[in-house]
Design a protein around this ligand. Structure first.
Ligand SMILES: [Zn+2]
Length: 256
């Protein structure tokens, strides 16, 4: 049995401060599953020559501006330009639809009240929530970030026998290790090289993570500041904007 490839396309790889050469973090997996909607998301999907309607599932880790404020642009594109008809699923923290409505009422009033030619299925996720969309199974974890913006989530995903995970924004905590359990690729935030922050990880945290998780799990670092360097960390890469990371072979058997 040939495994289906796992392909990560980074729309952006920067932290909230959008350092030179790095738009805000967000990425697409297998051209169908979008992780976070940074303000630059529409422009970067267009730079990839992607049909934005190909996005089947959008995962919003939390509602900080750099992860969430691209959604109005996507909705605008789907409503007026790409004429999306494919149903969309949004997996996100509770109340995200209501908070989005408030944003839309200010920045693109009336758009959400239009009759859209596609359905949006909102899946509110909490610690331990599980679901499946067109063969993609997801599990949500509560991360340690900024509860004032609502629940902050990480996601563990499985499709076609391949498993990967995304930390969203978080400090190093038990959820990061739980997410990493048995996955081939862990997309992890690393918001700075050395700053100690109670809400983010730095390279010292990533080195600890590298030592404690399965050595076969590839760590893909994103949400980066300008000074982050991979520094010889084994089986790890730094994401870069419009960078493509393709994993053809099983790095490990998620069930074994
Ligand atoms: Zn954040």
């Amino acid at each position: 049995v040939t495994a289906s490839p796992l392909t990560f396309n980074f729309l952006g790889s920067g932290n909230a401060f959008c350092p030179p050469g790095r738009w805000w973090n967000g990425f697409l997996v297998n051209d169908r599953w979008l992780f976070d909607a940074p303000p630059s998301v529409l422009g970067q999907l267009n730079n990839l020559r992607m049909d934005t309607s190909d996005v089947e599932v959008l995962f919003i880790s939390h509602r900080h501006a750099d992860h969430f404020l691209g959604l109005p642009f996507l909705l605008m594109d789907w409503a007026y330009r790409s004429a999306r008809t494919r149903d969309l699923t949004i997996v996100c923290p509770p109340d995200t639809k209501e908070r989005l409505q408030e944003v839309m009422d200010i920045v693109l009033p009336g758009l959400l009240k239009r009759e859209m030619p596609f359905k949006t299925h909102w899946k509110y996720a909490r610690q331990g929530s599980e679901g499946e969309v067109n063969g993609l199974r997801y599990q949500a974890f509560e991360m340690q970030h900024v509860p004032a913006v609502g629940l902050c989530l990480g996601f563990r995903l499985e499709a076609g026998g391949r498993a990967f995970a995304y930390t969203g924004d978080t400090a190093l905590c038990d959820s990061v290790f739980a997410l990493a359990e048995g996955v081939e690729v862990l997309v992890s935030e690393c918001a700075s090289q050395a700053d100690e922050m109670a809400i983010h990880m730095n390279m010292a945290n990533i080195r600890e993570l590298r030592e404690r998780i399965d050595e076969r799990t590839h760590i893909l670092l994103t949400h980066l500041s300008e000074d982050v360097v991979a520094d010889g960390l084994p089986n790890a890469s730094l994401a870069y904007d419009l960078g493509v990371f393709r994993f053809d072979e099983h790095l490990l058997n998620p069930r074994g």
